[in-house]
Write a protein that binds this ligand. Structure first.
Ligand code: BGC
Length: 754
């Protein structure tokens, strides 16, 4: 299809019309020219295709579909292939259901454990979020349907989500809040991007030309169309110029007319409208020309796939005395309503109408398992009788497994959590059960970290997250050893909410939220502060053990234009097959830039039989060592020493190797009379010119060596050096005035600055 010529045949009114949805879920058709409508649908972890009344809150019904593990769980797999498989399955469902685009992945950074939508998001770490998002997108799009990576950008709270401004400095945006989008665009070219509701440094994402055009398209090379989040459009004409192609869902024609008026009034270039139409139609036709409505959608097979994926996402947080896996013959008490009715997805636009749900209780059929309800999730309460029944069940069993987690009301799209605790009745239940039976295991179904005041009194904790409709199957497989847990935390579990770096500023004041913790989000903060955490980023146990050894780098010194290969040997040293999530971190040692201790720059999931070992290689390029330099508005590597670390969590580093990286870029320097000597020293020309004066000043500050000159000797070498280092250039007038020729400083500065 020749899209340009098609657009040239459209009237201005038709073009303006194409820039907003025809209804809640469709782009507009133009019958006169045979342009079809195309349908989009939520997303991300399955289809929420609505046939009847549309809504973006997950309220009205949608077709029966398969709910895969939500983002919080999927990311914990640390497995790109796995999330790619999930994407392919979702892409096939889209083809079957004639959807051009599924609205996901949702990749906003988990700045605080309180964000109501963390369950949908992937990680506190931008590298992990980006790699997993790219894998999901490549999976979906391999089926010739599109994705909509969302919500671009810095949409990290639900509170005032349609008006709040996320105020962050350039470096923080570039290092923390943008890379998941950047990586996805560069590695997977999503067909569409969804801009967020919020403002960024005062400007609505939907009107932000820097964001949607300069960065997204200009720098990263995005080729698809940008759609608004549902109702995120403010000034539509400004939005068109900014690069917001499609307004969703629609404005009843009001904004279409505004586009026409703006063009007629000379306030908006018609070429901007043409461009938006071209981008939208490119994608509409990419779908139409590749549509395969006869693609089968095997719900049963996807239910099984969902169970398989969920098992790979579960994170074994604690396993004292190897209490897990359980023996199949043992008497086990399942306690807690979530054993019978699992919470496996979150509330809001991602809410899927599952065709089937399998609970752990159902999946445990045939095993020696009893059940006590323990609490009532909907009522958020436990009666004394329920607790007594649970205690009796725990006493009668060899092992008590308490199913706990967050009820629907605790976390959802649309609002944030108020605290980081489990419901009080569940904490009480766990304490009571643990007091009754020393062999207590806790299974958690929640979308975001919780505090665990009882952690010292239970033997094991299995974090199941919101694992999708087949989570019960996965849970039983892991509990009883038919699957070996291999999930790792994609976020830190702090000991208490107050430890979180965003705690002081989260949610902000009125419509402004300042991101004052800067780049120190998640483990970047906890590690820098050497703080104890409940469970660190990257943590996850297995029923087997792994060894990482022989870390070798392809060079011990590189330039920032080179790549570096790091290879490590990973061995399964236990007696069960298992999967290791090998993590590579890079840290800058020394240097002037304030940086995290370590940052994730590579990860691989490796399956190993008992005794088997394998080499895992990672390639690191400039980005692995760079920080965002606001001076040059670009990535920059400080020349210096770096550390490459291999770990099985951010706090379980198994091997370390140093590498020196030389920068090939010299930061432009500007000198004035207030430039201090320390900075002048970086420029050999400057130092040569002022050396005689420096010598004179040094002599004045140097210790005399004369025993009678006590005052002068009190000035140590170090102090003298500091005096000189921090002295501005103008200081040479004060301290070496007789050696400074007239006009010297001005001449020197004009010479240096040219
Ligand atoms: C959500 C999006 C979703 C859209 C359509 C919005 O409220 O923020 O993530 O895709 O609704 O349901």
């Amino acid at each position: 299809m020749d899209i340009k010529s098609l657009v040239s045949q459209l009237t201005l009114e038709e073009k303006a019309g194409l820039c907003s949805g025809g209804d809640f879920w469709h782009t507009k058709a133009v019958e006169r020219l045979g342009i079809p409508a195309s349908m989009v649908s939520d997303g991300p972890h399955g289809l929420r295709k609505q046939d009847q009344t549309g809504d973006h809150l997950g309220v009205n019904d949608s077709i029966k579909a398969v709910c895969f593990p939500a983002g919080c769980a999927a990311a914990a797999s640390f497995d790109k292939d796995l999330i790619g498989r999930m994407g392919r399955a979702i892409g096939q469902s889209c083809q079957h259901e004639q959807l051009s685009v599924v609205l996901g992945p949702a990749v906003n950074i988990k700045r605080s454990p309180l964000c109501g939508r963390n369950f949908e998001y992937l990680s506190e770490d931008p590298y992990l979020a980006g790699e997993m998002a790219a894998a999901y997108i490549n999976g979906v799009q391999s089926q010739n349907v599109g994705t909509s990576i969302k919500h671009f950008a810095a949409n990290n709270q639900e509170h005032r989500r349609m008006s709040s401004s996320s105020d962050a400095d350039e470096r923080t945006l570039r290092e923390i809040y943008f890379p998941a989008f950047e990586t996805a665009v560069k590695k997977a070219q999503p067909w569409t991007v969804m801009c967020s509701y919020n403002r960024i440094n005062g400007v609505y994402a939907s009107e932000n030309r820097w964001l949607l055009t300069d960065v997204l398209r200009g720098e990263w090379g995005f080729e698809g169309y940008v759609m608004s989040d549902w109702g995120a459009t403010a000034d539509r004409a400004v939005g068109v110029h900014a690069g917001l192609d499609l307004e969703m869902p629609a404005s009843g024609g009001v904004n279409d007319r505004k586009i026409v008026e703006a063009v007629r009034a000379g306030k908006l270039d018609e070429a901007d409208v043409d461009l938006a139409c071209e981008r939208i139609l490119n994608i509409v036709y990419r779908y139409v020309e590749n549509a395969k409505p006869d693609t089968p959608w095997d719900l049963e097979a996807q239910h099984a796939l969902s169970a398989e994926i969920a098992a790979e996402c579960m994170v074994l947080l604690k396993n004292e005395e190897g209490i897990l896996p359980l023996n199949k013959g043992d008497a086990v008490a399942f306690i807690g309503e979530f054993a019978e009715k699992p919470r496996y997805q979150g509330g809001g636009s991602s809410h899927i109408n599952s065709f089937r749900t399998t609970s752990a209780l159902e999946a445990a059929e045939g095993l020696n398992v009893t059940y006590a309800r323990g609490y009532d999730a909907l009522a958020d309460a436990a009666t004394d009788a329920q607790i007594a029944e649970a205690v009796a069940a725990a006493k009668a069993a060899k092992v008590a497994v308490v199913f706990a987690g967050l009820p629907d009301a605790y976390e959802s799209e649309g609002y944030d959590r108020k605290h980081m605790r489990l419901p009080e009745c569940q904490d009480r239940l766990i304490e009571a059960v643990a007091a009754a039976n020393p062999n207590t295991v806790v299974v958690l179904y929640n979308g975001s970290p919780v505090e665990m005041p009882w952690i010292g009194r239970v033997k094991a904790v299995l974090e199941g997250y919101l694992g999708g409709q087949a989570v019960g199957i996965a849970t039983v497989k892991v509990l009883f050893g038919d699957a070996n847990p291999s999930g790792h935390l994609a976020e830190t579990f702090p000991l208490r909410l107050e430890d979180n770096p965003s705690y002081l500023y989260y949610l902000g004041e009125g419509n402004v939220t300042e991101y004052r913790e800067g780049v120190f989000v998640g483990y970047r903060y906890y590690d820098k502060k050497k703080m104890d955490v409940l469970f660190p980023f990257g943590h996850g146990l297995s029923y087997t053990t792994f060894e990482c050894s022989g870390l070798r780098l392809s060079a011990d010194s590189i330039r920032d234009t080179d790549t570096l290969t790091a290879t490590v040997t990973v061995k399964n040293t236990g007696d069960r097959a298992g999967k290791a999530a090998v993590q590579l971190y890079v840290g800058a040692s020394g240097g002037e830039i304030i940086r995290p201790v370590r940052e994730l720059k590579g990860f691989e999931k490796v399956a190993l039989q008992p005794g088997e070992s394998r080499d895992v290689a990672f390639t690191l390029d400039k980005r692995a060592f760079a920080y965002w330099c606001e001076q040059i508005h670009d990535w920059h590597v400080e020349t210096g020493d770096y550390t490459v670390e291999i770990g099985l969590s951010s706090r379980d580093i198994r091997a370390t190797a140093p590498v020196r990286v030389e920068s090939t870029v010299r930061l432009p320097a500007h000198y004035d009379a207030n430039t201090i000597f320390m900075d002048l020293k970086k420029d050999p020309k400057a130092m040569a010119a002022i050396q005689p004066m420096v010598d004179a000043i040094s002599a004045a500050f140097a210790p005399s060596g004369d025993e009678t000159d006590a005052a002068k000797d009190a000035v140590s070498d170090e102090m003298g050096m500091a005096m000189l280092n921090y002295m501005p250039l103008r200081g040479i007038l004060s301290f070496a005035g007789d050696k400074v020729p007239e006009g010297f400083i001005d001449q020197l500065l004009s010479q240096l600055n040219n």
